[in-house]
Design a protein around this ligand. Structure first.
Ligand code: GAP
Length: 513
């Protein structure tokens, strides 16, 4: 099945099985805004818990905060977001559609890469086991030509982005003969900068209102609280502050479902270090974060780092953790060495001294910062994309199963009476009443057992138990495993110990290498 079709199926699965709904759907939705449904919110909460605990539980030098979304407007002047948090946009005069100029050029670069990949796939098929990819890349004329075009375009693009040269971006679009996907024409406007922050007013007009912004990142809430936390928590450098919260960006191009939203959630941690040690910490955090991702068991081959060529205005090193989505390797998390830019800027704009007194060195300095910043929604999407599977069964049927890591699954155990009578529902509820204090259980009595199993497979429930007539006399139930579909007879009194460890966040945390 084409990857595009797989992605479409995942999107509709999210809606059909109560994971993600379009926002305000009865009014035809709102672009790039989504609501998490009954199963989605559980999965999302589990992802957040996994991240939170990996930060504040596993590190005794990391604490959490929850700062307000609204902040003093000068915060965004100091951070550089008012002046520099822009995307270059371009309009097509015929279709009246608006695009990100950088994305149009990146797509053009990707087309050269696709052409190269196609040549390689063709040759691989032709030559089979004797195929030597490195040699083919170095000698095939068509591959060499496309590689040379790709590299030249990439170099020109990176230079234009680094210099924020909008005329050059437009010239690249014209030279590459990039057309609007809707109108098919090259009738482009000039490229302009577009600030991504949402503005609103605080206070009524009568008492004088002022413009404030919806935060485009949660990080600034940490920076402005650095002194408060350091002093009240008596934190010693190196130490970190973690936060999970909403962020807002007026994205020009909203694409790929919850991958790029206008309202989304971030899990960010700012780690304050001694100046000069930041690049060592940067490497360390890259490894720690990659280990966190890989503990989910999705396969190391599905992750890669992508080092930034164009650094944000605050960074001296930056790398993304990319995950293989059905639409290619995409950024899920950013790890940034933010220097002392933010703290220095806030010191300058607020007039307050924001420093650290290092008792070992007996000196004051402005700490440097390593940031790890991951989007909850992108993480959610990567988990869904990897877990969604269509399996051909021996009886010729196909089952749709979400092979979610058990610790992230919305429901851990579904308890099902074989029939809706003879005291079996009461027994099933008794089991739930006992286990619900330890993990999320659901009761399900509608339809045949087979259909109920399928329903639980589709929402990723790792375990089901069936209560039958024998249960009433032998105190045993049938425990079914989602992935293997194996069924075993177990004692009710053993259920908790059999399941709890496998579905706990702790079990996942222990897998982080
Ligand atoms: N504080 C640094 C910062 O915000 P970023 O690379 O702009 O860095 C960090 O964002 C992460 O936030 C991204 O890796 C992505 O997972 C998530 N993110 C950013 N914009 C997003 C959007 N429009 N929709 C969903 N997630 C987004």
């Amino acid at each position: 099945m084409a990857q595009e079709d797989v992605f479409k199926k995942i999107v509709s699965h999210c809606k059909e099985y109560g994971f993600v709904f379009p926002s305000s759907e009865i009014y035809d939705g709102l672009g790039a805004v989504y609501d998490y449904a009954q199963n989605g919110v559980e999965l999302k909460n589990n992802i957040k818990q996994y991240w939170w605990q990996s930060m504040v539980l596993l590190h005794d030098n990391i604490v959490g905060i929850d700062s307000a979304i609204f902040m003093h407007p000068t915060v965004w002047k100091a951070s550089g977001h008012v002046d520099a948090f822009n995307d270059p946009l371009i309009d097509n005069r015929d279709s009246k559609k608006r695009y990100r100029a950088d994305v149009l050029i990146e797509d053009a670069i990707a087309k050269y890469e696709e052409k190269i990949a196609k040549e390689i796939a063709k040759a691989q098929k032709k030559f089979g086991d004797s195929f030597d990819e490195a040699q083919f890349r170095a000698t095939n004329a068509r591959v060499l030509e496309n590689q040379q075009k790709r590299d030249a375009l990439h170099e020109r693009f990176a230079a234009a982005m680094n210099a924020s040269d909008l005329d050059e971006l437009k010239q690249i679009i014209l030279d590459e003969e990039i057309v609007c996907p809707i109108s098919g024409t090259r009738n482009w406007t000039d490229v302009r900068q577009f600030n991504l922050m949402f503005k609103t007013e605080v206070g009524s007009t009568a008492e004088g209102s002022s413009t404030i912004y919806l935060r485009p990142e949660t990080a600034q809430g940490i920076f402005v609280n650095y002194l408060n936390v350091q002093k009240t928590g008596r934190m010693k450098i190196p130490f970190g502050i973690a936060q999970i919260g909403k962020a807002f960006r007026n994205e020009i191009v909203a694409r790929q479902f919850i991958f790029r939203m206008r309202e989304f959630e971030q899990m960010e941690m700012q780690f304050f270090v001694k100046p000069g040690t930041e690049l060592e910490w940067f490497e360390q955090w890259k490894n720690t974060r990659m280990a966190w991702h890989q503990a989910l068991g999705f396969g190391a081959e599905n992750y890669r780092f992508h080092d930034h060529e164009k650094l944000a205005h605050y960074a001296n090193a930056a790398s993304d953790v990319e995950f293989r989505m059905p639409f290619g390797f995409k950024e899920v998390e950013g790890i940034h060495s933010r220097t002392n830019f933010d703290l220095s800027q806030h010191a300058k704009y607020s007039g307050k001294k924001i420093e650290y007194f290092d008792p070992e060195l007996n000196e004051r300095y402005t700490p440097y910062v390593i940031e790890t910043s991951i989007g909850v929604d992108r993480m959610f999407l990567s988990v869904m994309c990897h877990s969604y599977q269509e399996e051909a069964l021996e009886n010729g049927e196909t089952r749709v199963v979400l092979k979610l890591p058990a610790a992230l699954a919305p429901t851990k155990l579904a308890v099902m009476p074989l029939v809706k009578k003879d005291g079996l529902p009461e027994k099933a509820r008794e089991i739930i009443d006992d286990l619900k204090f330890h993990f999320n259980c659901k009761y399900d009595e509608k339809d045949s057992i087979g259909k109920r199993y399928r329903r639980q497979d589709a929402v990723g429930t790792p375990f089901c138990v069936t209560v039958d007539h024998d249960t009433l006399t032998d105190g045993c139930v049938t425990l079914r495993d989602r992935d293997t579909m194996e069924q075993t007879r177990v004692k009710i009194s053993d259920l908790r110990s059999l399941i709890e460890d496998k579905v706990s966040i702790t079990s996942l945390l222990k897998k982080i290498k």
